[in-house]
Design a protein around this ligand. Structure first.
Ligand code: HEM
Length: 506
């Protein structure tokens, strides 16, 4: 205990010196709540400081560009479309770094250059982004996956039917959407389905992904008072190590199995390349030092892709179905539109999406109200820059509250209402150019998986609605569907959505 007190005192003195140096230099930071010496706003704000809702309340008081001091971590929060425009249009490069929390470092520690989400802006990150945009998420690659996507959807419907015993009992919807996403990514990366609802690995990974998100979201004293890092007082590093190690074992098992089993003759003849082929080919060496990936890096990258790509898409589909059950008139309007194009015997094809504007509007409205990464992923100033006339010093953490931006009453009418109609005659897209609506981010660090999610989200919602009539469990009616959020890195529901899937008849 003595040593902890001594360390706190040391941090105190260092922070006070730094603060007085800053004041002397006359820098002008964005406004924010006054804090205490050393700890800043850490204890005053509690978990509010890491929650999109808490930060939105503070922004209403201090403005769209706000400074918080969480111990030694200076944080600037962007909460309006104007501030976001200035961030991504004017200062994108300066702010393209990442703040990596202690909990996130566990994953990185296992690899040298296998991280994309937590990588600092630089050659290794650029190489991985290039691979994503030129090899994995190109229209060609996504078109080629059409049959696989359809198969994964069919499996999802079959799994739901089996679990509900043909509509006799309710199911946890998110679990099946998660498995569908997991298998889809499994095919993209390793050319195979990886899990089904009965598989031990599938269920374990589903639980681990939720745990990893929960632990990363826990405010960690070591992030704010770096001298406490070695002590891991809240055991966050230990917990994270345990969960990532287990998740890592699962993805590493998939990689090993795929390397051992040669691909089918048919696939070889077609010259079909999956994620692993691309990474392994780079490993063969193209004369570029960075184009070699260790197997740890490949495993870490696979784990990151699974975590980034499954929880986000699952969260959006679950919220979309919850909103539709909560708003039966919107559900009916969407069913009318879908039945004009498809039915239980003919599913939705990707080519149909153009003629389903209401379906696309439902997905967009869900992303506006329930962006799965409400604070995006923390950015970091790689160099000092100026935003809205304020100084953003080097190393500042920058959070973009895309949840608050999507509910800003200055931009959106009835901002808290679920109204897909608002997108019907609107040119607003989520491609990073409209700063009032940024569920996938914008600029250099924008989500590379957006082209995949763009196709997947409407197709999944349509598949769920065309295959089943969804009925709420006994005791719940549309007005009492629980719409509360659970705090975490991804915006999940406070209670998982459960509903009864009655099979639809032709
Ligand atoms: C509904 C679906 C999704 C949403 C809303 C979403 C949203 C986001 C957001 C907001 C970011 C952070 C942007 C920033 O920090 O500026 C991000 C980053 C990322 N996303 Fe997604 N995402 C989705 C699906 C996916 C999928 C399917 C994949 C891949 C399979 C993926 C892979 C990534 C990766 C690798 C990053 C890190 C990019 C970087 O740091 O350079 N995401 N995503």
């Amino acid at each position: 205990m003595d040593i902890i007190l001594f360390l706190c005192a040391a941090v105190c003195i260092i922070c006070m010196c730094l603060r007085s140096l800053r004041l002397a230099s006359g820098s002008r930071l964005p406004p924010g709540p006054r804090g205490f010496p050393v700890f800043g706003n850490m204890f005053q704000l509690g978990s509010q400081a890491r929650s999109h809702q808490g930060l939105a309340k503070l922004a209403a008081k201090y403005g769209p560009l706000m400074t918080l001091r969480l111990g030694c971590m200076r944080t600037v929060v962007v909460s309006s479309s104007g501030a976001a425009r200035e961030m991504f249009k004017v200062n994108d490069l300066s702010l393209a770094g990442r703040t990596v929390y202690e909990a996130m470092k566990v994953d990185v520690a296992q690899s040298n250059n296998g991280s994309i989400i937590t990588a600092q802006y630089g050659p290794s990150w650029r190489l991985l982004r290039r691979l994503c945009s030129r090899e994995f998420f190109t229209s060609g690659q996504l078109n080629a996956m059409k049959t696989i996507r359809n198969n994964c959807m069919e499996d999802m419907v079959r799994f739901i039917r089996e679990e509900s015993e043909h509509g006799k009992k309710d199911v946890e919807v998110a679990k099946f959407v998660f498995f569908m996403n997991f298998n889809l990514l499994g095919n993209l990366m390793f050319s195979r389905n990886l899990v089904d609802p009965k598989s031990k690995e599938g269920n374990e990974f589903y639980a681990l992904a939720a745990k990893i998100m929960e632990v990363v979201a826990e405010p960690n004293l070591a992030d704010f008072l770096p001298l406490l890092k070695p002590f891991d007082l809240q055991r966050i590093r230990k917990k994270m190590h345990y969960y990532t190690e287990k998740a890592f074992e699962i993805t590493a098992g998939f990689t090993r199995a795929r390397i051992q089993a040669s691909k089918s003759k048919e696939e070889r003849e077609k010259g079909k390349k999956d994620f692993l082929d691309v990474l392994l080919n780079f490993k063969d060496g193209n004369g570029d030092e960075l184009s070699s990936f260790s197997s740890e890096s490949i495993n870490a990258l696979a784990l990151e892709m699974f975590i980034a790509g499954t929880d986000t898409t699952t969260s959006v589909v679950e919220w979309a179905l919850a909103e539709l059950l909560h708003n039966p008139q919107i559900m009916n309007k969407l069913l009318d539109e879908l039945s004009g194009v498809a039915g239980p015997d003919r599913g939705i094809e990707e080519a149909d999406l153009e003629s389903l504007p209401y379906l696309r509007a439902v997905v967009k409205e869900t992303l506006r109200l329930h962006p799965p990464l409400p604070l995006m992923v923390p950015h970091r100033a790689m160099e000092s820059c100026t935003m809205m006339g304020y100084e953003i010093p080097k190393h500042t953490q920058v959070l973009v509250n895309t949840w608050a931006i999507g509910r800003d009453p200055e931009t959106w009418e009835d901002p808290h209402c679920f109204k897909p109609e608002r997108f019907l005659d609107s040119a607003i897209e989520y491609k990073g150019q409209h700063f009032e609506y940024l569920p996938f981010g914008s600029g250099r660090r924008m989500c590379p998986g957006m082209p995949l999610a763009h196709r997947l989200l409407p197709l999944t919602v349509a598949a769920l609605l065309l295959s089943f009539d969804w009925v709420l469990p006994e005791g719940v009616d549309p007005s009492t569907v629980d719409m509360r959020e659970k705090l975490g890195i991804t915006l999940r529901r406070a209670t998982p959505l459960r509903a009864i899937p009655l099979p639809r008849r032709s």
